[in-house]
Design a protein around this ligand. Sequence first.
Ligand SMILES: Nc1ncnc2c1ncn2[C@@H]1O[C@H](COP(=O)(O)OP(=O)(O)OP(=O)(O)O)[C@@H](O)[C@H]1O
Ligand SMILES: [Mg+2]
Length: 271
Amino acid sequence: MNTLENKRIIICGKGGSGKSSFASMMGKALCSKNYSVILVDGDASNPGGLLRLATGSKDAPIPLIEFFGGREKVTCPTDDPAPLTRLFDSVPLIEQPIDLSEIPDKYYIAKENLFLFQVGKIQTSCEGCDGPMSKINRDLFIKGNYVTLIDVEAGIEHFGRGVEENVDAIIIMVDPTFESLDVAEQVINLSKLFEIEQVWAVLNKIDSEESESFMMKELKKRNVLVIGKINLDKNISKAGLEGKQIGECEALKQTELIVKKLESVFSLSWN
Ligand SMILES: Nc1ncnc2c1ncn2[C@@H]1O[C@H](COP(=O)(O)OP(=O)(O)OP(=O)(O)O)[C@@H](O)[C@H]1O
Ligand SMILES: [Mg+2]
């Protein structure tokens, strides 16, 4: 078995730090190592960045919340921690993961061995909070040897909703801002409550040795471990601007190194 199979990995960080860009590159990097990937757009407030960056598609899949019965069935985990189940079944997905063949293909976009889902998007005023979508982030277990990557909303609200209950690793995107360093520290502290061992920062948008070494120093003070870095890369901003898929670029190669490092830390943690 490949080391990252069956792992659920959350990608979090300050708003605009590069979560969606990195999640799409990591999906691509994993696929090129022959992993099969479930890529979850778990951010209810941004319209479709991850979808375009990861697949190039402009046609969104039907949100997963509809598959699970909508807001009437899927409740906010802070009001009701009950686990997510199939619509006409009471067995939690965490106990009996759902097979991809049970989910009609209108609920995902497939690109080679990557399957992109959107948990749901806030569409209308006063429709309610995005808690139900968080429950899907928390409890979406798909049968098979997938790596599940979850691109969550900015900041740390996902911790408040307990999304981290079922994750194996957290990646914190840290861009060159003080705010980003502080969010990373908060994530480290909150992740201790969930006893998650693999919590790593990725430095993003690095454009000078000076800012990199400042960030490394500040993160060390905050007990945040760094697994790798991605330079400021105009291929990423261009893809983001034009609404296109991120293609081959230096940043993708740096992402491949991060995937390799993640595989090695997971294999070490088994010994
Ligand atoms: N390494 C990079 N080099 C250049 N631009 C980047 C890099 N990473 C991200 N960006 C740009 O930064 C902006 C924010 O990136 P992205 O949407 O991936 O962040 P995010 O954390 O998902 O944002 P949000 O909090 O809104 O979900 C985009 O314009 C993107 O193109
Ligand atoms: Mg995003």
